[in-house]
Write a protein that binds this ligand. Structure first.
Ligand code: SF4
Length: 189
């Protein structure tokens, strides 16, 4: 850089030149900073949602471009969270975009040391067989004094935080109708 250019880049001269007398605006921003823009600016659609991670239920704005989620921010109109998200909620864009997201059924057979991919229909049949067998084997009509129980203590459900409201509703209905008592979700633990 020439001496003249170095001199002109002197901070006080930069402030005067850019009329940034308090030195909190263009005089102190680098070219790299000026080139940056909010990542939400590229979105072509914005949908309102609710963070699935815990029972607080913070409001979210989901920004998408060409049908792909590109950012998730807090919703300032939410009376619950008023635009805020904790670090988990702020990272929930990774629920769909994380490169290490597991998208196949993974199965480790009893006593096996390795996991294997499983066809989803095969996995569904295996789960159904186990549910039917466990329910039959552990079903309780009544307690030892003859009072009705109509339940099984042999099946439990633990939902994950990435399940949505509709999925949780159906899971609760399904397991209650099967007679299960222990029906929980990670968000309440
Ligand atoms: S995980 Fe964080 S952002 Fe999500 S609902 Fe709970 S407090 Fe809100």
């Amino acid at each position: 850089m020439s001496i003249a250019k170095t001199f002109l880049e002197w901070p006080v001269l930069r402030q005067v030149r850019s009329r940034d007398l308090l030195g909190r605006g263009p005089a102190v921003t680098s070219a790299q900073t000026r080139a940056k823009h909010p990542r939400t600016q590229d979105a072509d659609t914005v949908a309102r949602s609710v963070c699935p991670y815990c029972a607080v239920g913070c409001g979210q704005k989901v920004f998408a471009k060409n049908g792909k989620v590109i950012a998730i921010e807090g919703d300032p109109d939410s009376p619950i969270s008023r635009g805020r998200l904790c670090p988990k909620g702020a990272a929930s864009e990774q629920l769909v975009n994380a490169p290490n997201r597991v998208t196949k059924v993974r199965y480790r057979a009893p006593y096996a040391t390795e996991w294997q991919d499983l066809d989803v229909d095969v996995a569904t049949d295996m789960i159904a067989d186990r549910v039917i067998e466990s329910r039959r084997r552990t079903w309780q009509d009544a307690d030892d004094q003859g009072r009705p129980l109509n339940r099984t203590m042999g099946i439990a459900s633990l939902g994950g935080a990435t399940l949505d409201n509709e999925e949780n509703y159906l899971i609760k209905k399904l397991f209650t109708s099967l007679g299960a008592v222990q029906i929980e979700n990670q968000a309440r633990i």
